[in-house]
Design a binder for this molecule. Structure first.
Ligand SMILES: NC(=O)c1ccc[n+]([C@@H]2O[C@H](COP(=O)([O-])OP(=O)(O)OC[C@H]3O[C@@H](n4cnc5c(N)ncnc54)[C@H](OP(=O)(O)O)[C@@H]3O)[C@@H](O)[C@H]2O)c1
Length: 265
């Protein structure tokens, strides 16, 4: 059986997805930026699933070089899918090594590049699940927004745009590759280190907000359902999986993003 890649496997939701897949007997490639955290996770999973088929590979989504070295390590092996779970929400404006803003790089440019480079290796029926966020619903996007300048940056604004770009690009991917099952998953608001804003009001949000957030176990459910889905172009959220809303399916930007990325890399 070919493996499924879980990116950000050492994170709050990634680790649960990896463990659940391993429990189902699916071989899993743990794609982690920090190998030490990845090794700990491997031990954790093997403690409960001793016959789990796991591989640990380093993946740094801050740079194209990181993505390409991960793809090289897989050397044309057949794959059953990918869960693009890794993500970030940088507090301050900062540039990734390739010179683009970091949140947009980690959440959109690199997962898209990674998925594109692996397309020839996916088996027919492979599952591609991209993790989005409800914040995208309050966002808007143009091609120009991909190039985030310092004055355009906002912690949540840029995060939301990166997830909207990922959603629209996923729409184009599903259309270009109907032989795969391509979906997005929205975990809601999840009590993970991601929702720490690193601001003075953190203690306040911890009291007011965290108790109402989903646990990572609950937040990852839509993504796990998407990984088992026979359909494409669905928006997995809570216990539901409606079609991706028409305003995104009809948005010409989906195809423009597809062309833009194909041209640029
Ligand atoms: N938490 C929420 O409320 C929420 C809501 C909507 C969507 N999401 C999305 O859900 C996904 C998982 O988030 P989470 O809540 O589980 O947060 P998390 O615990 O912070 O996990 C994020 C994962 O992404 C990895 N990552 C970050 N930057 C990376 C990079 N440059 N290269 C490779 N891996 C990198 C992290 O690696 P390390 O383990 O090394 O830190 C971590 O494993 C993200 O895509 C996030 O945007 C979260």
């Amino acid at each position: 059986m070919a493996p499924i890649i879980v990116t950000g496997a050492s994170g709050s939701m990634g680790r649960i997805a990896a463990k659940e897949l391993a429990q189902e007997g699916v071989p899993v490639i743990l794609a982690c930026r920090n190998l030490e955290r990845g090794r700990k996770l491997m031990d954790e999973i093997l403690a409960v699933v001793p016959d789990a088929r796991l591989e640990l590979l380093q993946l740094d989504l801050e740079s194209e070089a990181g993505v390409r070295s991960f793809v090289d390590a897989l050397q044309g092996r057949p794959l059953a899918g990918i869960f693009n779970n890794a993500g970030t929400m940088c507090r301050r404006y900062s540039l990734a090594p390739d010179g683009r803003e970091k949140t947009m790089t980690v959440n959109f440019f690199m997962p898209a590049l990674l998925t594109r480079l692996l397309l020839p290796q996916f088996e027919p029926g492979a599952r591609i699940v991209n993790m989005v966020s409800l914040s995208l619903k309050f966002s808007s996007l143009s091609l120009g927004d991909l190039n985030v300048g310092e004055k355009d940056f906002g912690q949540i604004r840029t995060y939301a745009k990166s997830k909207l770009a990922l959603l629209l690009w996923t729409v184009a991917l599903a259309r270009h590759y109907p032989q795969f099952r391509v979906n997005v998953a929205d975990p809601g608001i999840v009590d993970s280190k991601m929702i720490r804003m690193d601001r003075w009001f953190d203690p306040l949000t911890d009291i007011l907000f965290r108790p109402f957030a989903n646990t990572p176990e609950k937040g990852v459910r839509p993504a796990l359902a998407a990984l088992h889905s026979a359909e494409s172009l669905r928006y997995f959220v809570g216990r539901r999986s409606p079609e991706i809303p028409a305003k995104y399916l009809r948005n010409p930007l989906a195809e423009q993003l597809w062309d833009h990325l194909n041209r640029s890399r």
